[in-house]
Design a binder for this molecule. Structure first.
Ligand code: GLA
Ligand code: ZN
Length: 667
């Protein structure tokens, strides 16, 4: 597989939207900004295939020829993420049907039915033709299939394909009826053709839920698989002509609808688009980066970020001076090997004309955004040889599981505000605040590499999951879990015999009831030493079955019953946190677990974000200040070299907001 020799720095480039005299100017400005890479051909299907019979690559030939001549690393997209108008007109089936049963017309993008044979045929054909034409061009560094795959289709083609998928999964209708518990409301299915996709005209229940979560979850699995088949078809078409170049598609962090762990197995390299809002916590952005690294356990690509502002948020504030640079270094720190923008030149019309770009409508290099980009470009040139040799390592794994994500969010009750990503993030945030590196890991990860596994909200415990966790703890690991865990099997049917079902022995507790608190209600947890923290949302009411109690509820009819417990199991421990404590309470519990597990946390008290990438020979420490107040550099870095400034770090140095140091430390 081809390897890149430099940090790719550039982004989405749409010269097709501009007259050719602008292209020349682009080349001049890109060089000036240190840009070495361009992602092209993302939305050009209608131009490449103006009608069913005709293909026309003349403009793309010219673009690729220019970028090759100028020695860019080209990220070549396949253009299949927006349907051409002629195709929808001739074959209405290529468009999607939504949850309300409405079949869509031509328009928008990310709009193809994944199970349309026509879409499958022509998207695959286009990818193949592109690979045949450009696959042996050594300047093409990466294939970018489609764009931000996502969404769900509920059309008749999907319904038919869903039945086939279910048949393969369940073999018999008896098994299917059992899995969906169709005896409830007398929804027994007697013929595969009776199965209806989840939608508002059928089993719809609320905005996008159904009365049968088992059906909804299966549809999520099916939809994720269907779209993955689209990706694989294009990938395989490319591979027929190009055996060498890595193939990716740009993912979207914690996006709900696609099981990215499953997807990553089919991708050569993970890439993603990072669009935090101005009020997104930096810890959440860090978590998404770590998740993208975790998908393959390897460095990834940042395919898109805005150099300045978005256009699609309610309030599209500018990135403040230094903020784009700090965000870029955060991305590198958490495992990216590229920094790419959407987009290089701001468009003249369409709904993204107010979206930030490296080159603004003024069209010159005399802008703040251009200058900041150029500074970063220069720095990345210097950093490339160091960064590309290093990878991230962690002693803590945080479990992220798309099937649990779906199950939690398609289930009805007990609390409407329960959000999977928020809950996972509340644990991640603790480690982030303590500067403890985390790997975001799938349910089938090799747990033995970690000292701590955090698996909050492990609502769905599928076959094999409990034994793997038992083994991890038995051999000395520390498991963190808690409320709403161990409740259902893979079909959203409850594990009978008392919560947390298959985790009951491991946790040493029995949860008898789960109380739900409205946003304006709270309880407290009282630690053994009398310290108290507030808690809310959900409160497990539980009995100790071998576990030790760390904190009890402070009020209500379950006052003084256990809220937080710790159980010895084999050589390890399980912490069970039966409610949602406020930050200080959660942090107190997790501090105890971290010290018990002897997880290294040398910078736990620093308010900088401190992350390490390592090679066999050296460590690169990324220190970033995301806070408004200046923060001191930890003293242990004094005397070491900051790669960005070339200067030696001194005792007493501080970083102001968005300032960054990358400190090299030989091993
Ligand atoms: C997404 C898309 C891009 C562009 C940006 C704008 O990430 O992939 O084509 O629309 O959003 O933020
Ligand atoms: Zn469909």
């Amino acid at each position: 597989m081809k390897k890149w020799e430099r940090i790719l720095f550039g982004g989405d480039y749409n010269p097709n939207q501009w007259p050719r005299e602008i292209w020349k100017e682009d080349m001049r400005l890109f060089k000036k900004a240190g840009i070495n890479s361009a992602t092209v051909n993302v939305f050009s299907w209608a131009k490449l295939q103006p009608s069913e019979e005709i293909y026309d690559f003349s403009e793309l030939d010219a673009i690729i020829e220019m970028l090759s001549r100028e020695n860019y690393d080209i990220v070549l997209a396949t253009s299949t993420a927006a349907l051409p108008a002629w195709m929808v007109k001739r074959y209405p089936e290529v468009a999607r049907t939504d949850f309300n049963g409405i079949h869509h017309k031509f328009g928008e993008r990310h709009n193809a039915c994944p199970n349309s044979p026509i879409y499958q045929k022509y998207s695959r054909a286009l990818a193949g033709k592109l690979a045949e034409r450009y696959g042996n061009n050594s300047h093409i560094s990466c294939w970018h299939v489609n764009n931000e795959y996502g969404g769900i289709c509920y059309c008749e083609n999907c319904e038919k394909a869903f039945r086939v998928w279910l048949r393969k999964k369940y073999k018999t209708l008896e098994a299917l009826n059992k899995a969906w518990n169709t005896e409830f409301w007398g929804h027994t299915i007697y013929d595969w053709d009776e199965i209806v996709v989840p939608n508002a005209l059928g089993d719809g229940f609320g905005d996008d839920k159904t009365a049968f979560a088992g059906l909804s979850i299966d549809y999520c699995r099916f939809n994720s698989d269907s779209i993955l088949e689209n990706f694989k078809a294009e990938r395989d078409a490319i591979r027929e002509f190009d055996k060498e170049t890595p193939i990716t598609t740009n993912l979207m962090g914690t996006y709900k609808q696609l099981d990215y762990f499953k997807w990553a197995k089919e991708m050569d390299v993970v890439s993603w688009d990072n669009y935090p809002a101005n009020d997104t916590l930096w810890s959440l952005t860090a978590m998404r980066n770590d998740l993208m690294r975790g998908l393959k356990g390897k460095p990834f690509m940042l395919m898109e970020q805005t150099p300045s502002q978005q256009n699609w948020k309610p309030y599209n504030s500018l990135k403040r001076p230094g903020q784009m640079r700090a965000q870029s270094y955060q991305t590198l720190a958490h495992g990216s090997n590229t920094i790419q923008f959407f987009q290089l030149r701001r468009s003249i019309g369409g709904c993204e004309k107010f979206h930030g770009a490296v080159i603004a409508h003024a069209g010159t290099e005399n802008t703040r955004v251009f200058r900041e980009t150029a500074q970063l470009g220069k720095e990345l040139q210097l950093l490339s040889p160091y960064v590309l040799k290093t990878v991230n390592q962690a002693q803590v794994g945080v479990l992220f599981d798309w099937e649990n994500y779906w199950a939690i969010e398609y289930t009805s009750g007990p609390h409407k505000d329960l959000r999977y990503v928020d809950q996972i993030h509340s644990y991640y945030e603790y480690f982030y605040d303590r500067n403890i590196s985390v790997d975001m890991i799938p349910a089938d990860a090799d747990f033995s590499r970690y000292k701590i596994i955090a698996a909050p909200l492990l609502y769905m415990v599928r076959e094999g999951m409990a034994p793997a966790l038992e083994k991890f703890v038995r051999e000395g690991g520390i498991l963190l879990t808690g409320f709403m865990s161990g409740i259902v099997d893979q079909s959203d049917n409850v594990h009978l015999g008392g919560y947390p079902g298959p985790l009951r022995k491991l946790a040493g507790v029995w949860v008898e009831e789960i109380d739900a608190l409205a946003p304006d209600q709270a309880n407290t947890i009282v630690f053994e030493d009398g310290c108290e923290s507030s808690c809310g949302m959900l409160c497990d009411i539980m009995h100790l079955e071998g576990a030790q109690c760390l904190a009890r509820y402070g009020s209500d009819f379950y006052k003084d019953t256990p809220a937080v417990t710790k159980n010895k199991y084999g050589k390890g421990y399980v912490y069970y946190i039966g409610t949602v404590p406020e930050k200080s309470g959660l942090y107190r519990i997790l501090d105890q677990a971290v010290s018990e597990a002897s997880v290294e946390a040398p910078f736990r008290d620093s308010l900088l974000e401190i992350t390490c990438r390592k090679s066999e020979k050296e460590e690169l420490w990324f220190l970033i200040n995301f806070r408004p107040e200046p923060q001191p550099l930890p003293e242990c870095f004094a005397g070491k070299e900051d790669l960005l400034s070339g200067k030696t770090v001194l005792i007493g140095d501080t970083l102001s907001q968005y300032e960054v140091r990358i400190i090299r430390s030989p091993l």
